[in-house]
Design a protein around this ligand. Structure first.
Ligand code: UFG
Length: 329
């Protein structure tokens, strides 16, 4: 099976490429390298290109006999999406439109999509189920939801089969330490805390200490990036075997507060890690926890690294050996 992975040089994309390769699939990566890294893709063809470039996309589908697409390429910063929503409609919605046109034109009708918990917005109940209301509170979530709907209508019209995977908080790194997370600028909790441990920042700001949670800080569902990678493989297999579309949450099923994450980082790194209580960040729900029962039942997904300390350990192995990310490579 030959799989085209768009955005395969990004954080979750590159871990998925590694996993698919380990499972013996042929992989071709398409990435504009604006946020992805050449060093994150090893041993498979990497085509530098943008989804908006229909000519180049066409030549990729003409050159390789693609059976299915795993689609990560997107802009993915919640705050930025509020400041510049049209960038998100352009990169995410218009980019996917261009990809789908080429897929349909080349009779490639299977896609696994990198979606997000941000499609739900403020949760109505915990844990969040796939059938819960989707009411995104930012353009990032809105554009990912719009893409899921493009798939639905494209299934009815062209027979496109899709599996959308709604990730909660992706974290950790490949346990072998060869690839990891490298965002510039970094906005995610665990890498920022580890930058404090590395002496690259003075402190971690705790955004809000008066949420209605046990310790007053926000609770999130941190899921290991290799467990996400596994789910993409299983989704491809399911499309291959059953040709059935679906939408699945991918989370750990356990929530951890910001303070618990900081303490886990202190345990794993052995560093003090200064934390300063700061005002809330706007738009943060108090608690986001998934139930992933549907993925477990229908995809046969079994997350392996569910312990918070293990997730942090793998992230720390990467960050401590690559303090400047992929820059030195
Ligand atoms: N946080 C801090 N200090 C920081 C950074 C984060 O206290 O310096 C807190 C946030 O307020 C939040 C938690 O740590 O409560 C996690 O924050 P992240 O920015 O790491 O992640 P989010 O939960 O905001 O967002 C993640 C993904 C989004 C996705 C969303 C889905 O990054 O792409 O989950 O819910 F949309």
């Amino acid at each position: 099976m030959t799989v085209l992975v768009t955005g395969g040089a990004g954080y979750i994309g590159s871990h998925t490429v590694l996993y698919l390769k380990q499972k013996g699939l042929d992989v071709v990566v398409y990435d504009n390298l604006l946020t992805g890294h050449r060093g994150a893709v090893q041993g498979v063809p990497l085509i530098e290109g943008d989804l908006h470039d229909e000519e180049q996309l066409k030549s990729v589908f003409d050159s390789y006999s693609i059976d299915a697409v795993v689609h990560f390429a997107a802009s993915s910063l919640v705050g930025e999406s509020v400041q510049d929503p049209l960038k998100y409609y352009d990169n995410n919605v218009a980019g996917t439109l261009s990809l789908l046109k080429q897929m349909i034109a080349h009779d490639v009708k299977k896609i696994v999509f990198s979606s997000t918990a941000a499609t739900y917005g403020e949760p109505q109940s915990i844990p969040i189920k796939e059938s819960d209301q989707t009411a995104p509170t930012n353009p990032y979530g809105e554009t990912k939801l719009a893409i899921e709907k493009m798939f639905k209508w494209s299934e009815a019209a062209y027979g496109l089969k899709s599996i959308s995977l709604r990730y909660f908080n992706a974290a950790g790194a490949d346990p072998d330490g060869t690839i990891g997370e490298d965002h510039k600028p970094e906005s995610h909790l665990i890498p920022i805390i580890l930058q404090v441990a590395l002496g690259q920042r003075d402190h971690i700001s705790i955004f809000g200490n008066d949420y209605p949670t046990e310790d007053g800080t926000c609770i999130r569902d941190y899921i290991h990036v290799m467990d996400l990678a596994q789910a993409h493989y299983l989704a491809l297999k399911k499309l291959e075997e059953t040709n059935e579309s679906g939408i699945y949450n991918l989370g750990n099923g356990q929530g951890f507060s910001v303070r618990q994450v900081i303490n886990a980082c202190r345990r794993v790194t052995g560093k003090e890690i200064k934390a300063i209580e700061s005002p809330r960040r706007s738009g943060d729900p108090a608690e986001l926890i998934a139930t992933s029962e549907k993925a477990e039942k229908e995809l046969g997904w079994q997350p392996v690294y569910t312990e918070l300390d293990k997730i942090v350990e793998h992230a720390w192995a990467w960050h401590s050996h690559h303090p400047n990310g992929y820059e030195e490579e």
